[in-house]
Design a binder for this molecule. Structure first.
Ligand code: CA2
Length: 148
């Protein structure tokens, strides 16, 4: 069975509590439920994680090797700064999709820079919580293509 890790970075645990005009009103727990529903519908395994700590995110990426077939990563602000997270994705040799709730390209210039994009198979941004399902669909299709 295909298994996908959905990993969320700093401050995303606070989703739904502030800046609803940017990030919507859906909480991270709601998004986890959406992903679990998608997993039940498709039969694909989904593991869901969040950390505010760069090293812990890196540990979870390393631990995905041999366990999961792909990673959907909303690295939050680490997207724009973390060479270490980029190296972690490159080092595990698993396909990764960069994900953002907001359209980072319509926002401040510093959000236009992404280290994750350099090692991702693709990027989804600007679709809010629905983007998680879009990313899971895309990853499942990608992994299925690789297996045939
Ligand atoms: O749009 C996204 O998903 C982001 O990854 C969210 C990050 C931001 O730094 C990225 O540029 C784009 C920030 C997450 C902050 O989450 C909050 C949650 C509640 C209230 C305020 C911020």
């Amino acid at each position: 069975m295909t298994s996908i890790l959905v990993l969320n970075g700093p401050n995303l645990n606070l989703l739904g509590t502030r800046q609803p005009e940017v990030y919507g009103t859906t909480t991270l727990a709601d998004i986890e439920k959406l992903c679990a529903g998608w997993a039940a519908d498709t039969g694909c395994g989904v593991a869901f994680g969040q950390s505010n700590h760069e090293g812990h995110l890196i540990d979870q990426i390393h631990a995905a090797r041999g366990v999961h077939d792909g990673i959907v990563l909303n690295a939050g602000a680490y997207t724009h700064s973390s060479i270490a997270l980029m190296d972690a994705i490159a080092s595990v040799d698993l396909p990764a999709i960069e994900l953002h709730l907001s359209n980072v390209h319509a926002r401040e210039d510093f959000r236009h820079v992404s280290y994750i994009a350099k090692v991702a198979i693709g990027i989804i941004c600007g679709f809010g919580a629905r983007g998680y399902i879009m990313a899971l669909d895309a990853m499942l299709a990608h992994v299925s293509d690789q297996k045939t």
